[in-house]
Structure formats: structure tokens, C-alpha cells
Design a protein around this ligand. Structure first.
Ligand code: AMP
Length: 177
């Protein structure tokens, strides 16, 4: 049984659009993951006290034929291969950031993994790309449509549409189910 998962993707170091796209290319190399859809790319303001450049964000909708923890390990492996430096600075600049935003209807709180992602409902840069893929998403933990959280988020978070990602950029047609 494969679970339907939303993965949040972000970068604000180097060629951030290319980094986001490369991370999706890395994901689909693994037989456990099947890409179901991708959002557009968005330019977003950092949600952080640290002064840093804007982010590029998007979301991937995938199915995953393993456990949530195995997905976390898999995504951290991609972050590491792409040169992510774990300097312990929370919310600092990063070449690539891959978060499990939603994992089916699962609600999980473990030492290394919280699902849905603990900040999902507070971050426009995570919500907007997910809603582009599926406007009807219900937050399984808070049991409300994800869209209802958008107007509760205080000002200062900007999310600007950049462009659609062409599926040809990331995958040959035969890999898309
Ligand atoms: P960061 O890459 O800075 O966003 O944080 C990564 C850390 O957050 C990892 O060490 C994970 O153990 C932890 N974490 C907790 N919940 C999640 C989640 N839903 N998705 C990704 N990382 C998570």
C-alpha cells in the first residue's frame, strides 16, 4: 500500500530554482517513490530572524511505498548529496530543504518526525504550493481545510508565483502515473 505524501521543497542558496528541480529528479530515481504531481515554483520571503535571501519553494505530491521514517531518511540523504550543511542553525540559509508536510491522513509525533509538519499550518510558503496541487486538502491533525489557515497567518510572509514546472524538466512521460 502506497501512501500519498506532500513534500515541501525549498532553497535559498545557489541556483535555487535548479536546486528544487534537481531534488525532484533525485526523488524519482528511487523505486519506492512515484511522482503524482508538482506545484509551480514560488519566490517566498524567509520566515526567520536570520537575515538571508528569499527562498524558492514548491511542493511535490508523491506516493511512497515505505514507512514515514524511511521517507525522512531518504529525503535527508538527498539533502546531504546536494551539499546541505547541517550547521545546527535553525531556519538559516540552505541549498535544499525537504520536509514531509503530509503523509496521507497520518498524525504522528515522534522524536525525529512530526506529521503533519509542525509548521505547515503557519507557513504560507508550504500551504500555497500544496493547495495548488489539491485545494481540498484537510489538515488531518487540526481537522480543518488547509485553506482556512491561510487568512489566519499574520502579514509579512510573501509568496509570489514564479512559473510552472514543466514535467519534461524532471521526468519522462513514462515515469508519471
Ligand atoms: P530542517 O531540515 O532544518 O527543516 O529540520 C530537519 C529536522 O527536522 C530533521 O532532523 C527531522 O528529524 C526533523 N523533522 C521533524 N518532523 C519533520 C518532517 N515532517 N519533515 C522533515 N523533517 C522533520
Amino acid at each position: 500500500m502506497k501512501d500519498r505524501v506532500f513534500i515541501g521543497i525549498g532553497s535559498n542558496v545557489g541556483d535555487s530554482q535548479e536546486n528544487c528541480i534537481r531534488s525532484i529528479k533525485e526523488m524519482i530515481k528511487d523505486g519506492r517513490l512515484r511522482l503524482q504531481g508538482v506545484s509551480s515554483l514560488y519566490r517566498t520571503s524567509p520566515v526567520s530572524d536570520i537575515s538571508q535571501g528569499n527562498f524558492i519553494n514548491c511542493a511535490a505530491f508523491v506516493s511512497w511505498a515505505g514507512s514515514p521514517l524511511s521517507l525522512l531518511e531518504f529525503l535527508m540523504g538527498i539533502e546531504n548529496r546536494m551539499g546541505r550543511i547541517r550547521d545546527g542553525i535553525k531556519d538559516g540559509p540552505r541549498i535544499i530543504d525537504l520536509d514531509i508536510l503530509l503523509f496521507g491522513n497520518l498524525v504522528l509525533q515522534e522524536h525525529s518526525l512530526t506529521i503533519p509538519h509542525a509548521e505547515l499550518h503557519k507557513r504560507k510558503f508550504a500551504i500555497v504550493p500544496c493547495l495548488e496541487i489539491d485545494p481540498q486538502i484537510i489538515h488531518p491533525g487540526l481537522r480543518r481545510p488547509l485553506a482556512t489557515f491561510l487568512n489566519k497567518i499574520e502579514g509579512g510572509q510573501s509568496v509570489e508565483l514564479i512559473r510552472k514546472i514543466s514535467l519534461d524538466e524532471i521526468v519522462t512521460k513514462t515515469q508519471i502515473s
